[in-house]
Design a protein. Structure first.
Length: 365
């Protein structure tokens, strides 16, 4: 950075940061509008419609959703910054002054790494807390009906047994780290496997080795449905096992994951979900750095208007391919097919190596 001077380096870094932040804010507004309309449409159909609650739910949920599009905002912001610099002939003048591509890429790479570190250590904990608040509001306002497209917390079904009875319990949503459920349905069977009754309740809480279904409706064969204030459904599952099954991983912050991994290992409960999430957050700075290199590949060279569209499409295609590969690796890691560390780090590292290799070929021959 000292080679090109602090003034020029700070100028490139400032322009790059502005573009990335501007595109991120655009995505925040776009996703926020779509999310609000979706929740508003579902809340209007509910009995306890609350417009202020829907707005608050949207505010709490949008940061978590936007966290998933951060790599794409970095990619688009990088492409925009490099294209504008090309249009203003800034890169051409820098090359004429003897500055290599790696020298004026360095400020953008450093900014990408800083954004990745801040998003993991600061933005993620804040969005996780807000996601937890949003799940509680969603359970209160939208406890019935299907979950929205962005909701990864439900529905979830779990088979359990206790006191000679087996049961299957499911919920549309979960909150309080999986120990509280909303939109609950349970199917209870006798010891011999014969169906006994179905229990529906708007909410349930786990405590003292049992589920407490509140305002439950019990439906049994050849009997009239009846309502009870609290239905007690015993279970042999431990709190750790319940959290593992129902906990929404997006409500757990980066700083809480190591403790949960250690607690799961002590309880001999699979910690694959927590380990995968932790490694993905750790690898985020490398992912954003690889996005900067991808943008540099398709937009650094000077070109006329007819080539800009092709460059942008090439960058979007490369980013989409990385997203697909990352999703496949995430599913393989979540299913235990590959180690979580490999599933989280391999796509980012491969993209980083490929981007560096292509840039070396284009710039240095």
């Amino acid at each position: 950075m000292l080679t090109i001077g602090w003034t020029l380096a700070l100028y490139f870094a400032r322009r790059f940061t502005f573009m990335v932040v501007a595109i991120f804010l655009f995505f925040v507004l776009l996703i926020g509008s779509i999310t609000y309309l979706e929740y508003l449409n579902r809340a209007i159909q509910a009995q306890n419609f609350d417009a202020a609650g829907v707005l608050l739910l949207t505010v709490y949920r949008v940061p978590s959703i936007c966290e998933d599009v951060l790599p794409f905002t970095t990619l688009f912001g990088s492409i925009a910054a490099f294209v504008v610099a090309n249009r203003r002939l800034e890169i051409v003048i820098a090359r004429a002054a003897g500055i290599s591509a790696w020298q004026f890429l360095l400020p953008a790479c450093i900014v990408g790494l800083i954004i990745g570190v801040l998003s993991t250590t600061i933005y993620n904990p804040v969005s996780a807390v807000m996601r937890g608040w949003g799940d509680e509001i969603q359970a209160r306002l939208l406890s019935t009906g299907p979950a929205p497209a962005d909701d990864t917390s439900g529905p979830v079904w779990l088979r359990q047994a206790a006191e000679g009875r087996e049961s299957i319990i499911g919920a549309a949503h979960s909150f309080e780290h999986g120990l509280a459920l909303a939109g609950v349905t349970a199917f209870v069977f006798e010891e011999g496997g014969q169906f006994r009754e179905r229990v529906d309740a708007p909410s349930a809480h786990f405590a003292d080795s049992e589920w407490r279904l509140e305002k439950a409706t019990i439906t049994s064969p050849n009997r009239i449905p009846k309502e009870v204030k609290i239905y007690h459904l015993p279970t042999e599952l431990s709190p750790s096992q319940v959290r593992q099954a129902f906990d929404n991983i997006e409500t757990i912050s980066f700083w809480e994951l190591p403790k949960l991994i250690e607690a799961s290992n002590r309880a001999r409960v699979s910690a694959t979900r927590y380990e995968l999430r932790y490694d993905k957050l750790l690898s985020r700075p490398i992912v954003l750095l690889s996005m900067v290199l991808l943008a540099a590949i398709v937009s650094l060279r000077f070109s006329r208007s007819r080539d800009v569209g092709n460059m942008i499409l090439a960058g979007v295609g490369a980013g989409f391919m990385l997203y697909v590969v990352s999703k496949i690796a995430n599913d393989l890691g979540d299913g235990g097919v590959v180690p979580p560390t490999l599933a989280a780090w391999l796509p980012a590292i491969v993209t980083l190596l490929v981007g560096s290799t292509v840039l070396l070929h284009l710039e240095d021959g």
